[in-house]
Design a binder for this molecule. Structure first.
Ligand code: FAD
Length: 455
């Protein structure tokens, strides 16, 4: 038995960043990981999807390059090479996490960890004690009880589809959230016939409605079936009912089930240890405290925001409180409304803060502006004036404080951190008008939108 300052269960973004921050502060840390450091994000999530999407974007760009004065003949793609680049990327980054933890002298143990009680963890049959425990067990894909979905080799989750050894001729995607839309875009760019079946009236319901609609219209080669309920999957045929009550049989070769993920709250002692949790996640306050003393939870397992960068921030907040019990007074609390989101489809989209509908509900009167990305010189030079792109800003009418910034177009995910900084610092429209944006950049779309708001 070894005694640690902190034991972390799970080595994904929430767990490993906490391990790094705590070890950096001189704490004796153990990270227990049952599969591979980097968790979902590095191994079967953010990174492999972005690697494959980048290859698909290069391919699409090459096919479209003539109008830019570049002629490429015989442009093809090689799925095996795309997979091998993906593997190389994942291995590099997973190795980097291991090296960083080692350099900071955090210990890593491979094994399934169980929370026995606050301050007591069991891994591989061995008990360890500690002052603090951080739970960072992540999430798992939801498999809804639709007839024909379970134990059907034609129905894959995102992990299965990432590992597929060929590009399917026909892909049906059940679920039009971020994961569904990114895979739809990826395979459509590679020539698959892709259909997305979504129960809601619009894809990505967390987005501002106008931006979500523009994103859907901007994705080429995908048939979106909105407001449709999947009734069954028969072999690889998806049977669904449309809004008007018609039954449709959609034939595909592979079906991606992408209806969401749920926090991994079972199988590691939560109930036995008396932790407050539900299927929606481990209950935490804004400092990531659970109901048990010195037991913290971060990342997807909390169900608060299922994004890697949100997991990073939660890991950092929990660490800050373990390092300094006065951290709350220094402002170390989660500000959930300033977590950006990004979709790496073709075209890309990103946003932060309230949608127009949410802002109206919370603040009553709001002011908004919406401008085409074509107002940015760089965007036009690189995409053409008709390419899909828009920036929308939502602000409180009384104080002119910016409440949300939503973007569609190239590099939006690279730009949105600046918008998160705007919300984090509660800047007004007039504050942001004083900021100098580099020219020509796509980020100037935000500047145009800020000047388009009524005075
Ligand atoms: P995880 O990354 O899931 O890590 C949890 C770790 O805990 C796992 O490694 C698991 O093996 C380990 N574990 C669980 N139980 C135990 C136990 N009892 N003992 C020991 N180890 C245990 N987010 C983004 O922000 N951007 C994206 O572009 C993006 N793309 C995605 C694409 C896909 C296809 C998917 C599936 C997800 C994507 N996400 C993205 C979401 C992102 O991957 C997660 O939000 C992030 O990984 C959550 O981090 P985490 O540390 O909470 O959990």
């Amino acid at each position: 038995m070894t005694h640690y300052d902190v034991i972390i269960i799970g080595g994904g973004p929430g767990g490993y960043i906490a391990g790094e921050r705590l070890a950096h502060a001189g704490k004796k840390v153990l990270v227990a990981e049952k599969e591979s450091l980097g968790g979902t994000c590095l191994n079967v999530g953010c990174i492999p999807t972005k690697s494959l999407l980048n290859s698909a974007k290069l391919y699409a760009h090459a096919l479209d390059s003539e109008k830019f004065g570049v002629t490429a003949s015989g442009v093809t793609f090689d799925w095996d090479q795309m997979q091998s680049w993906k593997k190389q990327t994942v291995d590099t980054l997973v190795g980097g996490v291991g090296s960083m933890l080692k350099r900071l002298k955090a210990e890593v143990v491979k094994g399934h960890a169980t929370l026995i009680a606050p301050g007591v963890i069991e891994v591989n049959g061995e008990r360890h004690t500690c002052e603090h425990v951080i739970i960072a067990t992540g999430s798992e894909p939801v498999l809804p009880p639709i007839p024909g979905v379970r134990e059907n080799p034609k129905v894959l989750d995102s992990t299965g589809l990432l590992a597929i050894d060929h590009v399917p001729a026909r892909l049906a995607v059940i679920g039009g959230g971020v994961i569904g839309v990114e895979f739809a875009s990826l395979f459509a760019a590679l020539g698959s016939q892709v259909s997305v079946i979504e129960m809601m009236d619009e894809i990505c319901p967390f987005m501002d409605a106008k931006v979500a609609a523009a994103l859907r219209k901007g994705i080429t080669g995908v048939d979106f079936h909105l407001g449709c309920r999947v009734e069954a999957v028969e072999d690889s045929t998806v049977v669904f009912t449309t809004k008007s009550g018609d039954q449709v049989r959609l034939e595909a070769d592979i079906v991606l089930m992408a209806v969401g993920r749920r926090p991994l709250v079972e199988g590691w002692g939560a109930s036995e240890a008396g932790l407050d949790y539900s299927p929606r996640g481990v209950v935490v306050d804004d400092c990531m405290r659970t109901n048990l003393p010195n037991v913290w939870a971060v990342g997807d397992v909390t169900g608060r925001s299922l994004l890697a960068h949100a997991a990073y921030r939660m890991g950092e907040i929990a660490s800050a409180h373990i390092i300094d019990p006065d951290a709350e007074r220094q402002g170390q609390v989660m500000r959930w409304n300033t977590i950006p989101w990004a979709v790496y489809s073709i075209p890309e989209a990103a946003g932060v803060g309230l949608t127009e509908a949410q802002a109206r509900e919370e603040f009553g009167e709001v002011i908004t502006s919406s401008v085409p990305m074509a107002l940015s010189g760089r965007f036009v030079a690189e995409n053409g004036v008709r390419a899909p792109g828009t920036v929308k800003v939502v602000a409180d009418a009384k104080t002119r404080t910016i409440l949300g910034i939503h973007m569609l177009g190239t590099y939006a995910p690279e730009t949105i951190w600046g918008a998160a900084g705007v919300l984090e610092n509660e800047l007004t429209v007039d504050d942001l008008r004083q900021v100098v944006f580099p020219h020509p950049t796509n980020s100037e779309g935000i500047r145009e939108a800020i000047w388009a708001i009524a005075d």
